[in-house]
Structures are given as structure tokens and as C-alpha cells.
Design a protein around this ligand. Structure first.
Ligand code: DGJ
Length: 733
């Protein structure tokens, strides 16, 4: 390390670089999360460490040097004399037979093949209540190439999430092609992996791929998280279901497009790498850092991973707005009204006032004015970036509408699409050079992206948005992003983050919703700066039921918007009863998006009732875990939202199709106390159709049964039509 310490760039080098301890040729570290999982890292001599164990908690006195030795693979014909380590950053220079964790070139373009040696380690243990977490930083250096590679880990004893990041520092500017967050081994007791695909109005589709030799690569080059590429991976071990078995979950918290590599090596080992999409760092530089990789191990099925992600997101990542102005904390999640599907660009004050009055009467507590209020925005061909109120539509500004909304005891939110510009806008006419990409690029929704890497662009947008927020009492922004980038560019994402951070810092009472044609920008990176996601542009209750069920692998109720849409759905043309539409919205952060003038008396009454139910229950549901149930009937999509102490829960059992068998199969619940008794009430039993002719106990009134029975037999529900939802409340007695 001498050369490193004496180099010109000594400021990036650690002061206390340690020589390997005398007589010791193995270094070990362990990360524990207070009893659920252990991760053991070890390294031979000065080499990069590898994760030699990741799974259920190990005894605290486990001999880690022994684990290191016991982890070693045999060697046979056709292999090198020793197996190269599957380290936190597998090195091509050590003949690693798969994807390396780092691919870079020198400033002049010469490929570099670094080989790192130990520099220093720092481990701290933290105490949260009775639970122990900790942080570990490992630094490695490559003297020949003048590089330092650091790995940063932290464990959370409450959420059971381990966070991990890799940082690369170079003594001279280099070109980075690929840098993986700490590389982890994947279990070999697993037949398949689940990653995520999707499309506009069809987000969070589970993609199951069997493990096989070679790589599965997911690369997102769209420059935003995208509907198509949610950056997550679930690895169920053999026999794992939602409620049972072992599983591993990973999520890369970055909004600019990622690459994931899940690779099975010729020797059978499996590795998982996550990082920014390749080549996103357009400029030579001396410091690069991955986004945070969030990982967890579960011994309670996919739900164990889902609950960890939900809790970590809600309790550690989202920064909730300063709510001192709210009348009470319950209203942290006000019932939402969004006018998009009611009026689109056709804004007239009397109509919007009428709609606001009706929305308030249904139970709405926040009114969001969507696209169409600024510039000359009569359709989606013009005016993006001209963030000034359209005086043709609002001759006296937004004041009269906001005053009306406030008089109805609703708060007011507004739509922006800050990173975008239409060629047909005053801003583009004045500054065509602010747009990202070639002049003759293919437009997306008739718009270009602003170059968020330019400080003057960020200042301009900030000033325009801040002027609106300063002029009016607004406490909510729907922040949209309706096209992909002309090319992936990390600077763009950093620029967007900077603008969001500035907005949050200066308007801390303003909540922000992340929208990108629905769920095109959902990840833990954007959710550090926002508090709600518009999960999908699909207000089709049947599609939404499925989308929000699968998104619950990562997203808690508190951040997931769900609206009651128009009677005839605008994106599918289907018609569903108001009861189904309302209950599907009530599973998450509830809102309305239809034109309330279309509702008849019956629909108004049902919507009011379900909204009142939601308001009564939201305070505990906000902090609840969403557990996906293993339904024996494939036409039923069911979940259980349960308080942390397990005293109270609600089950939503959505009937997504007619069943193959004639009578409903029992629905097993999960995560209950076997010995406790619970009272179960079918909240909407009055809505059973005439074709349900029998009298299962739940149709008659509450049942009181043990947790063991609920988990091993399950609830017998009344027969029902497709596109309906049974809602059951449970209380521990
Ligand atoms: C796309 C969003 O997903 C919609 O909800 C709406 O806000 C439109 N943009 C407005 O242009």
C-alpha cells in the first residue's frame, strides 16, 4: 500500500491502511440483523471478500474461519487449479469465469483489468431499542491502476433490509462502463427467479425464469425506471410460496435505468449483479458510486421479503411532509380526488367547482388539478415547460378554484411535468439548446426531455415551479414524466434528484407524487424524494387488483395511490360495478378519478360507504403489512393487511374470474397466532348475490375461530360473481 499512500492523490486514500494481521491468511466479517438473517463475508489473504453465507441467522459463536474453509469448492478435470472467488466485485484479472463486477477504461480508452487488495475495514454496531444492526465499510486498493474500491453495508434490525453500495475512486479520470453494487451469491436450492416486466397500464408483471447455465440480463436503457423494468428480483427457494419457504429479495434504488445480471457459472455457483445501465456515465471522472442495493432474506415465503421492503420504504426511506398544518395526523393520507379522467384538458371553472363540490360530498379531502392549467395547454402537443397559469381558462388565476376547494375542507394539489418540454412552447423557442438529445430525435408524446444536467435548466424549472407554489396555497404536486430519454444518462437522473431535493427542502409541507404515464418511475431512489406513486394509468379495477397485488412485493399501502375510475373504464372500455371499483381503491391510498356527475344515487351511496370505511380504518392500515395470500382458487387474488402486533387485520379477496370448481375453496390466512382466537366479520355480506343460495356461517354474522384453524383450514366464503371483492375484518379476542 505504500505507493498508494505516497501517491499524488493521497486525499482519496485511507490514512490507516492496515497490513494483513500477522499469521492470519483469512479475514472474516459478519452482518446480523437482530435475529432473522446473517451474511458472512470472508477473504483469503488480501483478496476481495466474498459472501460465503447469506441466509437464516447463524449462532453468534459460529466459527467464521471454518465457514470460509468449508465453503471452498472442490476442483476436478477441466477446471483451474483453484476456483476464482465470487467476490463482492468479481475480477477478470483473477480469471473469474463470468461477468466481472467492474468494467472500465483509462482516460485514453485503454481497457483496465484491476486487481484489488485489502486496505482497511470499519465495522460499527448500532442499537435500536433491543435490536442490533450495524454498518461495515471495506476498502480495497489497486496500486498499479491507482484505484480504490469501497463496499458499504448496513443492516436494519427492524426492517431486516441490508443496504449495500459500491464506490470507485480513481487517481485520474477514467471511463466507467459497468460498476456493480456488491455482488451477491444466489441460492442453488432454487429453480427459478422472478423479475419484473410491464407496460403502460400493465405494470409489475411477474416474470418467472428457470435458472440455467449462463446469464439472464435485464438491461433498461430507457433512462427512467420504466414500466417495463422495475429494478427488482425475487429468488424463491424450492417450494417457496407467498406464505411459506425461503426467499431472497433484491431491489436497486435508482430511477435512471439499471442492469441486472443473474448468472449461473459452469461450476454451478450463481451470482446476482445490479448497477446502473452500462455506459450511463458519459464523462470520464474520478469518483463513481452505485445506487443503494436493498436486499433481504426471508424464511416466511415471499411475504417475508415483501414486508421488509414495505416497512423499509415506509419507515426508513420516504420522508413524510411536514404536516403541522394538517388538522390531524389521520389526514396524512387524505382521500384524493384527481380530475384527469373527468375533464382532461378541458378546464372550466364552473365545471371544476361543481366536480370539487361533488368529490367533497363523496368524502374527498384533497383535490388535484391535473394537466391543462398552464401555457396554452389545450391538448398534449404544446406548452410543457411554460409553467404559468393559462389566463384564458383561469382569468383570475388559480385563486378562485383553490378558495372553493378549501371552502369544502379539501386541500389543493397540482400537476407538473418538470423535466419535459414541447417544441411548441415559449421556453423551447427561447432555448432550443436546453432539450436533451438530437434535434431530429423521435419525440415521445410530442415532447422532448430537458437536459437536467444543466444547472441553468434546473434553475429555470425550479423558479417557475416555486413561483406557483409561493403564489398559491398548494401542498401537493403530481410530478409526471411521460417519455423515455433519448439515451441513458446518469447525469440526467442526478439532475432530476437535485431538483426534487431542492423543491423538498424549500417547500417541506408539499407532498410529491411520482408519476410517469402511471407507474413508469417507481423505485426507492425516487421514493426518497416523493411520498406517493401513481401505480398505473389503469383505473380498470380488475387490472388494478392484479397490479397492486404484485406491486405489494415492494410497496406498502401508504405510498400506493389507487383511484375509483369512471364507470366505463377509459383504458379498457370495461364496465365494473361501483362496489368492486371502490373496494379495489380502498386497498391502497384511496382516491377518485371519475367525473362524479356520472354517478347515480346508488353509486354515490356505495362510494360514500366504502370511503367512510376507509377513513375509519386508514390510521392502522397505514402502518400495516400487506401479506399476499396463497389462494387455492386461481381466480381469487387475496391479501391480508395486518398490524405489526397482529391484533387486527383486513382480508381483501378479489374474484378476478369465474372459478373452475363450483363452490369457493377455503381461503387460508397467514401470520396469525395459532393459539389465539379471532373474530372474523364479512364486512360486505349484504352484497351476496341471489345466486349465493346457501348460508355459510360468514354470511350470517361473525365467526370466532382459532388462528390455527384460519391458517390450516381457511375461511369458507359465500359464492360470488366475478369482478367482486369480499372484505373481511379480523380482530384478536
Ligand atoms: C400521464 C399520467 O399518468 C396521467 O395520470 C395524467 O396525469 C396525464 N399524464 C396528464 O398528461
Amino acid at each position: 500500500m505504500d505507493l498508494l499512500l505516497n501517491s499524488e492523490n493521497a486525499d482519496i486514500l485511507p490514512a490507516g491502511a492496515k497490513a494483513p494481521p500477522a499469521g492470519c491468511d483469512v479475514r472474516t466479517w459478519r452482518l446480523d440483523d437482530g435475529g432473522r438473517q446473517t451474511m458472512v463475508l470472508s477473504a483469503s489473504e488480501d483478496h476481495l471478500p466474498q459472501v460465503v453465507y447469506w441466509g437464516a441467522a447463524l449462532p453468534l459463536d459460529e466459527d467464521l474461519v471454518m465457514l470460509h474453509a468449508a465453503h471452498k469448492l472442490d476442483v476436478t478435470g477441466g477446471m483451474l487449479d483453484e476456483n476464482p472467488d465470487l467476490s463482492l466485485c468479481p475480477e477478470a484479472a483473477r480469471t473469474f469465469p463470468g461477468q466481472p463486477g467492474l468494467i472500465l477504461r483509462d482516460g485514453d480508452g485503454t481497457p483496465l483489468f484491476p486487481k484489488f487488495s485489502f486496505v482497511s475495514d470499519t465495522q460499527t454496531v448500532s442499537q435500536t431499542g433491543s435490536q442490533t444492526g450495524g454498518a461495515l465499510t471495506l476498502r480495497y486498493g489497486d496500486e498499479t491502476n491507482g484505484l480504490i474500491l469501497s463496499f458499504l453495508f448496513a443492516t436494519d434490525a427492524s426492517t431486516h433490509i441490508i443496504t449495500a453500495k459500491t464506490r470507485l475512486e480513481a487517481m485520474r479520470p477514467v471511463h466507467l462502463h459497468w460498476l456493480a453494487a456488491p455482488v451477491l451469491p444466489a441460492p442453488q436450492q432454487s429453480e427459478e427467479m422472478i423479475d419484473f416486466a410491464g407496460r403502460w397500464t400493465g405494470e409489475f408483471q411477474l416474470n418467472r425464469t428457470p435458472w440455467s447455465p449462463g446469464m439472464r440480463v435485464r438491461e433498461n436503457r430507457t433512462g427512467r425506471t420504466g414500466h417495463e423494468h422495475f429494478p427488482g428480483l425475487m429468488i424463491p427457494c424450492s417450494g417457496c410460496t407467498n406464505t411459506r419457504g425461503e426467499a431472497y429479495g433484491l431491489h436497486y434504488g435508482w430511477s435512471g435505468g439499471h442492469q441486472m445480471i443473474a448468472e449461473e457459472l459452469p461450476d454451478g455457483r450463481r451470482q446476482v449483479q445490479f448497477g446502473h445501465a452500462t455506459g450511463m456515465e458519459a464523462r470520464v471522472d474520478t469518483t463513481f458510486e452505485t445506487a443503494t442495493l436493498y436486499v433481504t432474506y426471508s424464511g416466511t415465503g415471499l411475504n417475508g421479503c415483501a414486508v421488509s421492503f414495505q416497512r423499509h420504504l415506509r419507515d426508513r426511506i420516504v420522508t413524510w411532509p411536514d404536516i403541522v398544518t394538517w388538522p390531524d395526523k389521520e389526514r396524512l393520507r387524505p382521500v384524493h380526488y384527481n380530475c384527469w379522467e373527468a375533464v382532461y384538458f378541458d378546464h372550466t371553472l364552473p365545471v371544476l367547482k361543481d366536480i370539487a363540490t361533488r368529490a367533497a360530498d363523496l368524502g374527498a379531502e384533497r383535490f388535484v388539478l391535473d394537466d391543462g392549467w398552464f401555457g396554452q395547454r389545450d391538448d398534449d402537443t404544446r406548452s410543457l415547460s411554460d409553467w404559468e397559469v393559462d389566463l384564458r381558462k383561469y382569468p383570475d388565476g388559480l385563486g378562485p378554484l383553490i378558495e372553493h376547494v378549501h371552502s369544502l375542507a379539501m386541500t389543493f394539489g397540482i400537476w407538473f411535468e418538470p423535466e419535459m418540454i414541447n417544441p411548441d412552447s415559449d421556453t423551447h423557442r427561447a432555448h432550443p439548446e436546453w432539450a436533451l438529445g438530437a434535434e431530429d430525435q423521435t419525440l415521445g408524446r410530442q415532447q422532448k426531455t430537458l437536459n437536467m444536467g444543466l444547472p441553468e435548466v434546473r434553475d429555470f424549472i425550479y423558479d417557475r415551479m416555486a413561483a406557483i407554489l409561493a403564489a398559491y396555497p398548494i401542498d401537493y404536486i403530481k410530478w409526471d414524466h411521460n417519455r423515455v430519454l433519448p439515451m441513458p444518462d446518469a447525469e440526467q437522473t442526478r439532475g432530476s434528484y437535485e431538483l426534487l431535493d431542492r423543491m423538498r427542502a424549500n417547500f417541506p409541507h408539499v407532498e410529491i407524487e411520482s408519476c410517469a404515464s402511471g407507474g413508469g418511475r417507481i423505485d426507492f431512489g425516487i421514493l426518497k424524494r416523493t411520498q406517493r406513486v401513481w401505480l398505473s394509468d389503469s383505473n380498470d379495477a380488475l387490472e388494478r387488483l392484479r397490479i397492486q397485488h404484485d406491486a405489494a412485493l415492494f410497496l406498502p399501502m401508504a405510498v400506493t395511490g389507487s383511484h375509483v375510475g369512471p364507470r366505463r373504464c377509459h383504458t379498457t372500455g370495461r364496465v365494473f360495478d361501483i362496489s368492486f371499483r371502490a373496494w379495489v381503491a380502498a386497498q391502497r391510498h384511496m382516491g377518485f378519478e371519475m367525473d362524479p356527475r356520472e354517478l347515480d344515487h346508488r353509486e354515490v351511496a356505495i362510494l360514500r360507504d366504502v370511503t367512510s370505511w376507509w377513513k375509519l380504518n386508514r390510521s392502522w392500515m397505514l402502518g400495516a403489512d400487506i401479506l399476499r395470500l396463497d389462494s387455492a382458487d386461481k381466480s381469487v387474488i387475496a391479501e391480508q393487511q395486518i398490524t405489526r402486533d397482529g391484533d387486527r387485520f383486513v382480508v381483501f379477496a378479489g374474484k378476478a374470474a369465474t372459478s373452475d370448481q363450483i363452490a369457493p375453496r377455503p381461503l387460508r390466512l397467514t401470520a396469525l397466532d395459532r393459539a389465539a382466537r379471532y373474530r372474523i366479520t364479512l364486512v360486505n355480506r349484504d352484497t351476496a348475490p341471489a345466486l349465493s343460495r346457501g348460508m355459510p356461517a360468514l354470511k350470517d354474522g361473525p365467526v370466532e375461530v382459532s388462528g390455527a384453524w384460519l391458517m390450516h383450514h381457511g375461511l369458507t366464503l359465500p359464492w360470488n360473481f366475478p369482478d367482486t371483492m369480499w372484505v373481511l375484518e379480523g380482530k384478536r379476542l
